[in-house]
Unconditional design. Structure first.
Length: 248
């Protein structure tokens, strides 16, 4: 494992939206994952009072969850955490690595949303991340993950217009899939309203459903459900995993 700073700097350098967290908030503004979490908590753990979100980014999901729960967020990148603290000063957001951080608190709900788990690429790191989830899970805690469960194998680039506070930007996206490492790389080319350009290279590890079963079970959780959207099936490429902590 590389040092926190090196790893955080690497992640930040890979993505325009991490270098500009205000832009991240502006273009990733839907609270869909927070809504799904609230529905799942209502269904499986209606008495929940506390939530910890690993890989919370700018805290956009936590802001919604904090309307009902006592929340803590953890993220690897100091820049994202600085922005989160400025934009959402009411939230408790800490800098930490989901492979090693210990808050010394057990929560009713543990979340890792928005593909954050996919930034941990090797099996040993994934074991450590799940050990962290378990170390923060109280008796019967609910675990909610949103992560890639199947690769995007299409290689042709696609272009889209993205509304930014400075005007419309054009984004061209191309994917590459490496079966050996199970890393799906997204190459993204931004043409910004200012005339500037930026290039992202975002590497995400795919964990197939049976791998998730393995890691979730190995850390002491029992999988309750896996789906693309509540009430829907499981087709990927991204899915929610819901599990209950059975130890402790
Ligand atoms: C795509 S963002 C998702 C952020 C947030 N969950 C959301 O949905 O808006 C992925 C986040 O995972 C964080 N991350 C990556 N590796 C991490 C690690 N080892 N520990 C904690 N956070 C990590 C990144 O810093 C980034 O903020």
């Amino acid at each position: 494992m590389t040092s926190l700073n090196t790893e955080a700097e690497y992640v930040e350098a890979s993505n325009l939206l991490y270098r500009d967290p205000a832009l991240y908030d502006a273009v990733q503004s839907d609270g869909a994952s927070a809504g799904v979490c609230r529905t799942l908590i209502e269904a499986y753990r209606p008495d929940a009072r506390t939530v910890v979100d690993f890989g919370c980014g700018t805290g956009r999901d936590l802001e919604i969850l904090a309307e009902r729960f006592e929340c803590v967020g953890v993220d690897l990148q100091p820049g994202m955490v600085d922005h989160a603290r400025r934009a959402r000063p009411e939230l408790d957001i800490r800098i930490g690595d989901m492979r090693s951080v210990r808050l010394r608190k057990r929560m009713d709900v543990v979340t890792c949303l928005g593909n954050s788990l996919a930034y941990v690429h090797d099996n040993e790191g994934i074991d450590l991340a799940f050990a962290t989830f378990a170390a923060h899970a109280g008796p019967g805690a609910l675990l909610v993950l949103c992560s890639p469960v199947a690769p995007i194998t299409r290689t042709e680039p696609i272009s889209a217009t993205v509304d930014t506070p400075m005007g419309p930007a054009t984004v061209t996206i191309r994917h590459e899939w490496d079966l050996r490492t199970q890393i799906n790389t997204m190459y993204r080319h931004w043409e910004l309203p200012s005339g500037d350009e930026a290039r992202d290279e975002i590497r995400r590890r795919v964990l197939f459903p049976r791998e998730l079963d393995h890691y979730v079970g190995g850390a002491g959780f029992e999988v309750l459900d896996m789906f693309d959207s509540p009430g829907g099936g499981l087709a990927g490429p991204t899915a929610y995993t819901v599990a209950r902590y059975t130890r402790g």
